[in-house]
Design a protein around this ligand. Structure first.
Ligand SMILES: [Zn+2]
Length: 247
C-alpha cells in the first residue's frame, strides 16, 4: 500500500505521526513524507535559502531511517494558502505520489501553515480524481479519492485550546525509539531550541506529547488520528485495518 504523510514543515510529520509511519514502513508499506514548506524561517543564523537546504537534508535523513522517501512541496514558511494555484500544485503532487492513504495536518492547529496544509490536502484529495482538473504535473487523475486521515494538532489542542478528540490512537511503544531518532535528525531545530531555551527541549517535548496521547488509550506512547469520512471521501477504515494490532 502506498501511504503519504503531507504536513507543513520539516519535523511535523515526525512529531505527530513518526511512530505510526515507522510501523507502516516496517509492515512493508511504501511511505513518503512530504512537507509543503522546507522550513526556511526556522533559523536565526542562516538565511532562508540555506535554512531550507539544511532542513530538506534533515527531513530526507529522517525519512531514510524508516526506508521512506522525502519530498518538498515547493511552498515557503508562512506562505501556504488554500488558493487556486496552490490547490493545483498539491493535486499534482497527489497524482504523482498515487498514494491510497493520505495523512495530513489537523484542520484546527496553532500554526496558519498547518491549517492551510490541512485544507489544501483535503481539497486536493477530491480534485485529484477529477480528470478535467488541470495541474502543473503531467500525471493523470487518480481513479478514486484517497483515504484521508488528519493527524492530531500539536500538543493535542486545537486553535481554541480545546483538547483533540481522535477517532483512534495508534500504540507506538514499539517504534518510539525510531520516532525519537527520526526527530533527532532535525539537528538544526534542536540547536536552535538549545540556544533559545538552554535545554534539549525538542525531544523531551515530543516525548511528553506522545506519552500524553498514549495515556488516553492505556498505552505508554500513542499517536491520534481522525478519519475524514464526509461524503464522498472513502469510508472504509483502511488505515485502521493495516494497524489493527496497534489500535
Ligand atoms: Zn509545523
Amino acid at each position: 500500500m502506498r501511504i503519504a504523510c503531507i504536513h507543513a514543515h520539516p519535523d511535523d510529520a515526525e512529531i505527530l505521526a513518526g511512530g505510526t509511519l515507522a510501523l507502516l514502513s516496517a509492515l512493508g508499506h511504501d511511505v513518503t513524507i512530504v512537507t509543503l514548506s522546507a522550513g526556511d524561517c526556522g533559523s536565526t543564523e542562516q538565511g532562508p535559502e540555506e535554512t531550507a537546504a539544511i532542513r530538506k537534508g534533515e527531513a530526507a535523513e529522517a525519512a531514510a531511517l524508516i526506508g521512506a522517501r522525502y519530498r518538498w512541496g515547493g511552498f515557503r514558511d508562512l506562505a501556504i494558502f488554500s488558493d487556486d494555484a496552490s490547490r493545483r500544485a498539491v493535486t499534482g503532487i497527489l497524482r504523482e505520489l498515487r498514494a491510497g492513504i493520505i495523512l495530513t495536518a489537523a484542520p484546527s492547529d496553532y500554526h496558519c501553515d498547518h491549517e492551510a496544509t490541512s485544507a489544501l490536502v483535503r481539497d486536493a484529495c477530491f480534485a485529484a480524481s477529477v480528470p478535467n482538473y488541470t495541474t502543473p504535473s503531467e500525471s493523470p487523475a487518480l481513479a478514486a479519492i484517497p483515504h484521508l486521515y488528519f493527524v492530531d494538532p500539536i500538543d493535542q489542542r486545537d486553535r481554541s485550546g480545546t483538547a483533540a478528540a481522535p477517532d483512534f490512537t495508534v500504540n507506538v511503544e514499539s517504534t518510539f525509539a525510531t520516532k525519537t531518532a527520526m526527530l533527532a535528525k532535525h539537528r538544526s531545530q534542536r540547536a536552535w531550541l538549545q540556544r533559545q531555551h538552554g535545554t534539549d527541549d525538542y525531544l523531551r517535548q515530543m516525548e511528553e506529547w506522545t506519552r500524553a496521547c498514549g495515556a488516553k488509550s492505556g498505552a505508554e506512547f500513542g499517536e491520534g488520528f481522525r478519519h475524514y469520512t464526509v461524503h464522498p471521501y472513502p469510508q472504509e477504515p483502511l488505515l485502521q485495518r493495516l494497524l489493527e494490532a496497534y489500535i
